[in-house]
Design a protein around this ligand. Structure first.
Ligand code: NAD
Length: 256
């Protein structure tokens, strides 16, 4: 059980981050949810998790595109035994047309935020002699596709950052790894299905199989619960010696 541990999950008011926070709470951890908004429904998500799983859950606003905000999130959390860097955005354009502001924003949110939060969290982990840094990279942290240069550069960077943090914390009770999901069925992905069905004139099952999951050999989405379960596993004693590596949850994408 993760009772007594506090997990901070960045970008966790939807999708994978929320699924990860829920699974860590189910395993007994107190959780801190985060995004850049500060709405009633953000705080209600935390209250719901607290009630459902009988843990402490808080929502703390912090903008992961801002280094000072990233560090302030860890300070405000008070404790951070399990740090899950999940916040991320995407933009699709060829390199020679890629908007510079989008490039900078994606590098800031998808890569630099993990540097800042880890820098702020590691001293506390060292003091306790236990810690977990889990970075949500992507199959695109290991392979590429056209038109996603910033995202792919950032996710490859996250894999490299994870290895470096692992070396700097080796033998200190702290591990750092990157999870590399393939296509995960989040509300964002779910919302694309009707459009894709229309564009391709296919039914739901066919568009998922033949268009969306073309590169995922299982032809099945990974779920947010499975990404959360992988975080729970990485936080368990069985994973004490798993550090500086990547775990693909991609239905075989990177085996192709
Ligand atoms: P999502 O859009 O549902 O979640 C992104 C989260 O990040 C949201 O909670 C959002 O509020 C938050 N966020 C965005 N900008 C932020 C900022 N400036 N500061 C703080 N929070 C911010 O998408 P998702 O699919 O759940 O993606 C989560 C992570 O998983 C991302 O890093 C993404 O790259 C990665 N990933 C997703 C998939 C997939 O198929 N869905 C596959 C591989 C990797």
């Amino acid at each position: 059980s993760l009772k007594g541990k506090t997990a901070v999950v960045t970008g966790s008011n939807s999708g994978i981050g929320l699924g990860v926070a829920r699974e860590l709470a189910r395993a007994g951890a107190d959780v801190v949810l985060n995004s850049f908004t500060d709405r009633d429904e953000d705080h209600a998500l935390a209250a719901g998790i607290a009630t459902e799983f009988g843990v402490e859950a808080r929502y703390i606003r912090a903008d992961m595109s801002d280094g000072a905000d990233c560090r302030a999130l860890i300070e405000k959390a008070g404790a951070c035994d399990i740090l899950v860097n999940n916040a991320g955005i995407q933009h699709v354009a060829p390199v020679d047309e890629f908007p510079v502001d989008k490039w900078n924003l994606i590098l800031a949110i998808n890569l630099s935020s993990a540097f800042h939060t880890a820098a702020a969290a590691l001293p506390g982990m060292r003091a306790k002699g236990w810690g977990r840094v889990i970075n949500i990279a992507s199959a695109h942290g290991l392979t590429a596709s056209p038109f996603k240069s910033a995202y792919i550069a950032a996710k490859h960077g996250v894999v490299g950052l994870s290895k470096t943090i692992a070396l700097e914390t080796a033998g200190q009770g702290i591990t750092c790894n990157a999870i590399c999901p393939g296509y995960v069925l989040t509300p964002l992905v779910e919302a694309q299905i009707p459009d894709q069905m229309k564009v391709h004139g296919m039914d739901r099952e066919t568009v998922i199989r033949e268009v969306m999951l073309l590169r995922q050999p299982s032809r099945q989405f990974a779920t947010t619960e499975q990404i959360g379960g992988t975080c729970v596993f990485l936080s368990s004693p069985a994973a004490d010696q798993i550090t500086g590596t990547t775990i693909s949850v991609d239905g075989g994408w990177t085996a192709l």
